[in-house]
Design a protein around this ligand. Structure first.
Ligand SMILES: Nc1ncnc2c1ncn2[C@@H]1O[C@H](COP(=O)(O)OP(=O)(O)OP(=O)(O)O)[C@@H](O)[C@H]1O
Length: 268
């Protein structure tokens, strides 16, 4: 469904993403893992075109996403919803209105400017909130909610966009363990129940192993592992995470290793 073909992004002399090629099939739950600075966010942001590639292409069902502009680009962004670490809600607005923002592309420009939501849009938004057990919070200001609740609102907003893909950039990075599970369960529900493809950046390897059906490991902008969670051995994980491996391998003794110099073929 989604093909990333030789995608790179430079920031001055720095190569954040270096010649990445991936095929993501419809309905997959893909975890992008790797240490801080590996290029995970830049990769996700390029898929959504929040960041422009320096070279390479992104294709979705044969359409060249990298060439889109204007209305076609807006359509693309609607069909690949982003979930951010910091939720990106409008704090002073109520929860229901925040979710309705996800419908903006489905209603006419005048109605969206005036925020004249139809009864049907409101029903869709409320139903999305119900999916994640937060319909009772619909009238509350978003800023009054806990982090886990806010992230579920953001996921509901993404769902009402009716996307083909959800791109989640470290969605649980600022949450406690209980809310982490709730939010990951919400993403899993979107994936399994609605068949929406999820590509999710995760720092925690344990979470990635529990929730994803495919893991893509990045180091220094390159893909150094691509396979099933069961195939990602602790040794490979230590190479991927280096001195951070103790943080991501729960129950394992951290074994510091030098920063990896990882050819893509090494773990293919
Ligand atoms: N706008 C930017 N300007 C300059 N350098 C950038 C920019 N965005 C990212 N980088 C650099 O590109 C590299 C990859 O960053 P990126 O945020 O994609 O990594 P990451 O794996 O998502 O890390 P983290 O988990 O810490 O967010 C880093 O070295 C980062 O400093």
């Amino acid at each position: 469904m989604l093909t990333i073909d030789g995608l790179s992004r430079r920031f001055g002399a720095k190569i954040a993403v270096d010649d990445v090629s991936l095929d993501v099939s419809r309905g997959a739950f893909v975890g992008i893992i790797g240490r801080s600075g590996a290029g995970k966010s830049t990769l996700l942001r390029m898929i959504n075109r929040l960041q422009e590639p320096s070279s390479g292409r992104i294709l979705c069902e044969g359409r060249d996403v990298t060439a889109l502009s204007g209305a076609a680009l807006r359509d693309w962004r609607q069909s690949c919803a982003m979930i951010f670490q910091q939720f990106n809600l409008v704090g002073r607005l109520d929860v229901l209105t925040n979710v309705l923002m996800g419908r903006l592309n489905h209603v006419g420009q005048t109605r969206s400017l005036l925020k004249l939501w139809s009864a049907e849009d409101k029903a869709i938004a409320l139903s999305a909130l119900e999916q994640f057990d937060i319909a009772s919070l619909a009238a509350q200001r978003a800023e009054s909610l806990s982090g886990g609740q806010q992230q579920r609102v953001a996921i509901a907003r993404a769902l009402v966009q009716e996307p083909k893909i959800i791109l989640a950039d470290e969605p649980i990075a600022s949450l406690d363990p209980r809310n982490t599970r709730i939010v990951m369960d919400a993403l899993q529900r979107i994936n399994r129940h609605y068949g929406i493809t999820v590509v999710c950046n995760l720092h925690s390897l344990d979470l990635a192993r529990s929730y994803c059906d495919r893991l893509v490991g990045m180091a220094q902008g390159r893909v150094v592992f691509d396979g099933a969670p069961a195939d990602l051995t602790d040794d490979v994980a230590r190479d991927l995470y280096g001195i951070e491996s103790g943080d991501v391998l729960d129950g394992h003794t951290p074994v510091p290793v030098p920063a990896p110099a990882l050819p893509a073929a090494a773990f293919a």
